[in-house]
Write a protein that binds this ligand. Structure first.
Ligand SMILES: Nc1ncnc2c1ncn2[C@@H]1O[C@H](COP(=O)(O)OP(=O)(O)OP(=O)(O)O)[C@@H](O)[C@H]1O
Length: 349
């Protein structure tokens, strides 16, 4: 059995709809109208020990709901979940020993007390031996550089400092699995990088299995070898980010800079009416954006160089950010030519 096994899992929330108007409010009070929200719809996947997996999806796709079910906070409406051989919602206490959880937008630290007090409380809750506790605290606080923060009340910490303490708190009891829900949200570039480096280290050196949700593509590129995409409660992709890049990144941009505006204009005119090509000129710079599946790069370059010699020439493929946003908008059929291959790969992996 895999470390995490999710089989045909659904989660349906029942919400109450408020009717409009004065009478509506009264009627809602006595005869509430119920509506079902399907947050997760029959998803299945398994994760092996030591994997680091990104769980992506647009807002409201069902990521947090999935994590809450995996951690036992929510009970699935259907299907089955096994985490480290346990049913999380039925064996919440037992399974909490195997997992650590970091919610970027919520804290497990006691706000008015010194950081160390929350760690002491966790030691007690998880029955961590003093030896192990001191060892982990020393090791993690050194790498995360939080030693000087331990006596400070949590409410006085910056977001970056607090997140480092949150991650330490989640790992004190040596969990096998770490769930991270937006661990770098709101952090500056340096703080993000510090957290990424630490997460990468515990995955590589301690073999902690990672499942993380994020809207930051740098998190995934740096940390995850596997990407799952959920949309409207359904798993639409399970495979590598590289595969998506190789098969979906159809857009490419050539930026050519010229010594004079006349040359730039002349080059722009060549491509102005080409189908599948967008041209943008900014005085000395021409940006040509095109679909690689429809336009031959070498032909395009030949024409471009024939017209005028650029001072500088760069080529850039669609960024991962732009690519994933496109998949959120258009689904996995954004590139019809590849659609069948992608689906096959997603199923086979
Ligand atoms: N307790 C709840 N009661 C009713 N509906 C809920 C509840 N929790 C989540 N939902 C709904 O379930 C769907 C999935 O929500 P979820 O929070 O899992 O999305 P998400 O992918 O984590 O989004 P985000 O990126 O914005 O955090 C949404 O439509 C949300 O409104």
């Amino acid at each position: 059995m895999s470390l995490i096994e999710v089989n045909q899992v659904r989660k349906v929330f029942e919400t109450t709809v408020r009717r409009k108007g004065r009478f509506g409010t009264l009627t809602s009070l006595f005869r509430p109208e119920k509506r079902e929200v399907v947050a997760v719809e029959e998803i299945s996947f398994s994760i092996e020990k030591g994997e680091s997996v990104a769980y992506l999806g647009p807002n409201g796709a069902g990521k947090s709901t999935t994590i809450k079910m995996l951690t036992g906070i929510l009970e699935p409406s259907g299907g089955s979940i096994h985490v480290a051989g346990l049913l999380p919602h039925k064996n919440r206490k037992q399974s909490s020993y195997q997992i650590g959880v970091v919610f970027g937008q919520r804290s497990q630290l006691l706000f008015d007390l010194p950081v160390k007090d929350s760690f002491d409380l966790l030691r007690y809750m998880y029955s961590i031996t003093w030896e192990r506790y001191h060892h982990n605290l020393r090791e993690f606080s050194e790498i995360l550089e939080v030693g000087h923060l331990l006596d400070r009340p949590v409410r006085t910490l910056s977001l970056g400092q607090r997140m480092r303490c949150e991650i330490l708190a989640a790992l004190l009891h040596d969990p096998e699995i770490l769930f991270l829900d937006e661990p770098t949200i709101g952090l500056d570039v340096v703080a993000k990088e510090r957290i990424r480096a630490f997460i990468e280290k515990i995955n590589r050196e301690k073999g902690v299995t990672l499942l993380l949700t994020t809207h930051d593509m740098n998190d995934i590129e740096r940390l995850c070898h596997r990407t799952m995409i959920i949309d409207k409660g359904k798993l639409i992709y399970d495979g590598s980010l590289q595969y998506i890049k190789d098969n979906f990144a159809t857009e490419r941009q050539i930026r050519a800079a010229y010594l004079d505006a006349v040359s730039a204009k002349a080059v722009a005119e060549v491509f102005a009416h080409w189908e599948g090509i967008k041209v943008h000129t900014d005085e000395l710079v021409v940006r040509i954006t095109y679909d690689q599946t429809r336009v031959d790069t070498s032909e395009l370059l030949k024409l471009l160089l024939d017209r005028a010699n650029p001072r500088d020439l760069t080529m850039q493929d669609e960024s991962v950010d732009a690519l994933i946003s496109r998949i959120y908008r258009e689904g996995m059929d954004g590139n019809p030519k590849q659609q069948q291959r992608i689906a096959k790969e997603a199923i086979a992996q």
